[in-house]
Design a protein around this ligand. Structure first.
Ligand SMILES: [Zn+2]
Length: 706
């Protein structure tokens, strides 16, 4: 108890210091979330990597009294959209109109509280991006260069970005795009690709001269070095800092910021006819134009949100966007001269699904519209599970089993259970009226003091962009409530000590009230429900640490409703079956059947002596990963066969197995062991070897197979 007392006193001190600091620190925040690309709906990977953490952060900053602009919008230019439009025989505008709506609806349904959600096809964005480009052009910040670019003569088109596929010069990935390798994350020029091929016709492109404007990143190298490598060594996440360092160390080169395309923002300077701005030049400017659109609607001035040095600019993105947000966009802002630079870029790594990379083209994903159909009104469950598993420091895996466990073992069994007990008992014992406490026991006092410390504990995690940790701290507050009730057992005391029961229920109601406020960034729908049940919206975030009474005696609460419900195994199985169906469909789509070999006659066939055999012994070949040394009873003799199956079978798994053996294959030595024959194998759809197998115990060894 002494220890606990000391701990809570220390926590209260922290709270006090932090509050003092915060009163001074309340400020303006421009929080951006990566503009989703409008060629498909949003899946859980996007939500976990960018939008849920960004929303938690924005809600928290608003709740703690800051001036927040939370900005996003659809990224509607670029090559993939034109490729998709071509494939479907529609216009690019039709593609972006379709997905802009789907994406915007998903964000609203999941409670992502953007102050503005714009789109880069909007006039305000075209104007803003054109103006930005013109300013840099007038300041001579571009290098104008006629260079040879990849050209597809058949398609009559220059090949940039996703119009060209080839081998990444850095990692050797054969499927790298012209602007970026998805395997190693390197960003490069299309002409850097080895063995480039047109994505339109499959032709090998030729080189053709064309004029473009380049942003000379090399010119900004010294500034970037100082600003990131010196200035943000401590406060940027190590995955972000590390990627930046490796790019800067490799040496920065000029990057073309225009393209020979007809979909995008026209290049607004002489000689720019038939060319548009590179999508990665205009997209981040989308944050600025979306802020302008919002400010105009709200009757505010947009400029302080981008130009006042007291504003904190934070970009939430996935790791594939680090180079654009940490190197290229800051270089653009710096070259323009009047803008602030990001204070932090808390990029996440990738989320996998059931052990495999999320993939739109392979339909290996959980799409948000599908989730809502299968789990209606359970947005908070997904928000919670994704936060608990956020890929903050390394790639992480989403599994449906973990999702179920997070719901059943944490949201239902801890948070929901605590609230349900408090609300049901208050209604049962006191007709929903908060009872008057008598004197507090030492445990009551410790408990109330610990509750007061929670805002600071959660803030400390959020300020360091540790959303997993913050979410777990919130759950710890619910755990505290659950444990308090379990230890104090008001349902027993009600029979013997009414005064004590009243005090216990009063304390429990204070914890419930703290949860209603502190859960808002993480579980916004639950927070609203809980505030309705407790019949109060009075408490602000800071009240939880400063006010002694969160829910006063005599306050009337309402009847309860369950905040969370158990997710059954059958519901999870439905999801697993869906993924299995996707997997099967992919296998079928990718199935390659080898063409038939050259015709042979019967005599050729009879030369093969195929026999039934049984594996008697098996052991690993020393220092060979793939080889097993087998003793096989062929009916003729017991002989040694070396087989390349060690990565698929353990020795003990194959002993006793009936197999088909080619017995008259000329012996050959493998690692010094003579192999006298071959066991027939094939490979299944997942690439696992399986035996071609006379699977019947009544078939004797030595029998011919013909
Ligand atoms: Zn690569």
């Amino acid at each position: 108890m002494v220890k606990l007392h000391f701990f809570s006193k220390w926590l209260s001190n922290c709270v006090f210091l932090r509050l003092q600091k915060k009163i001074k620190m309340s400020k303006r925040y421009t929080i951006t979330a990566a503009l989703p690309y409008t060629n498909g709906p949003i899946h859980i990977g996007h939500l976990a990597g960018v939008y849920v953490p960004a929303d938690i952060y924005a809600r928290y900053k608003r709740l703690t009294g800051n001036d927040v602009a939370f900005i996003c919008g659809s990224d509607e230019h670029g090559v993939p959209i034109t490729i998709k439009a071509k494939k479907e025989g529609v216009t690019p505008q039709q593609i972006v109109d379709r997905y802009h709506k789907i994406i915007k609806d998903s964000f609203e349904e999941f409670g992502i509280t953007f102050d503005n959600y714009s789109r880069t096809s909007a006039k305000i964005h075209h104007d803003t991006a054109s103006e930005f480009f013109t300013t840099l052009y007038d300041k001579n910040e571009f290098v104008e260069e006629v260079s040879e670019q990849l050209y597809d003569a058949e398609a009559n088109q220059f090949l940039a970005d996703r119009f060209v596929v080839g081998t990444c010069p850095k990692c050797g990935n054969e499927e790298s795009y012209g602007d970026q390798c998805e395997n190693c994350g390197t960003s490069h020029n299309a002409t850097d690709l080895i063995n480039p091929k047109s994505a339109i016709t499959g032709n090998v492109p030729t080189l053709k001269e064309t004029k473009h404007w380049f942003l000379p990143l090399n010119k900004h190298e010294a500034f970037l070095k100082e600003w990131i490598l010196e200035g943000h060594k401590k406060d940027w996440k190590s995955n972000v800092y590390g990627q930046c360092k490796s790019w800067i160390d490799d040496g920065l080169r000029p990057r073309a910021v225009t393209r020979d395309l007809d979909w995008g923002i026209p290049v607004p300077v002489p000689g720019g006819e038939g060319k548009v701005l590179y999508v990665w030049f205009d997209a981040p400017i989308g944050y600025i134009s979306s802020t302008k659109e919002w400010a105009a609607r709200e009757g505010k001035d947009w400029e302080p949100y981008w130009k006042d040095k007291d504003t904190k600019l934070v970009h939430f993105i996935g790791k594939d966007n680090i180079v654009f947000h940490c190197i290229i966009f800051p270089a653009m802002l710096k070259a323009e001269g009047s803008y602030i630079l990001p204070d932090n870029v808390p990029a996440n790594e990738f989320l996998n699904l059931e052990g495999k990379k999320l993939s739109t083209s392979k339909n290996w994903a959980v799409w948000l519209p599908d989730y809502l159909q299968d789990f209606p009104n359970q947005q908070d469950v997904l928000r919670y599970a994704l936060t608990a598993n956020a890929p903050e420091t390394k790639d992480n895996d989403f599994t449906w089993k973990d999702f179920q466990a997070r719901n059943n073992n944490e949201l239902v069994a801890i948070f929901g259970n605590f609230i349900n007990r408090v609300v049901v008992l208050t209604n049962k014992y006191y007709e929903g009226v908060v009872p008057t406490p008598s004197s507090f026991s030492a445990i009551d006092q410790e408990t109330l003091a610990t509750v007061k410390a929670y805002p600071a504990v959660i803030e400390s995690s959020l300020e360091r962009y540790r959303f997993r940790e913050a979410g777990q701290e919130l759950m710890n507050l619910a755990r505290l409530g659950n444990k308090y009730l379990a230890d104090e057992e008001p349902w027993k005391l009600i029979k013997t000590d009414e005064a004590r029961t009243q005090t216990i229920m009063y304390v429990a109601l204070q914890i419930a009230s703290a949860l209603a406020t502190l859960s808002e960034p993480f579980l916004p729908f639950t927070s609203t429900k809980l505030k309705t049940i407790l019949n109060t919206t009075e408490n602000a975030w800071s009240d939880i640490s400063t006010k002694d009474v969160l829910l006063p005696a005599a306050h009337q609460i309402k009847k309860g409703e369950l905040l969370f419900s158990k997710i059954e195994d059958e519901q999870i199985q439905v999801q697993l079956d869906k993924l299995e169906a996707s997997k099967k469909a992919n296998e079928a789509a990718n199935k390659v059947v080898e063409p038939q070999k050259e015709e042979i006659n019967f005599d050729d066939f009879t030369k093969l002596d195929l026999r039934v055999g049984t594996i008697l012994e098996a052991e690993k070949m020393p220092k060979a990963k793939k080889l097993l040394v087998l003793k096989v009873d062929t009916g003729i003799d017991v002989r040694t066969i070396v087989s390349g199956i060690a990565e698929h079978f353990k020795p003990e798994d194959v002993i006793g197995k009936k197999v088909t053996v080619l017995v008259n294959l000329a012996p050959r030595a493998l690692r010094g062991v003579e192999s006298q024959g071959m066991i027939l194998m094939t490979e299944n759809a997942e690439g696992k070897l399986v035996f071609v197998n006379p699977d019947d115990a009544s078939v004797n060894n030595g029998l011919h197979i013909s």
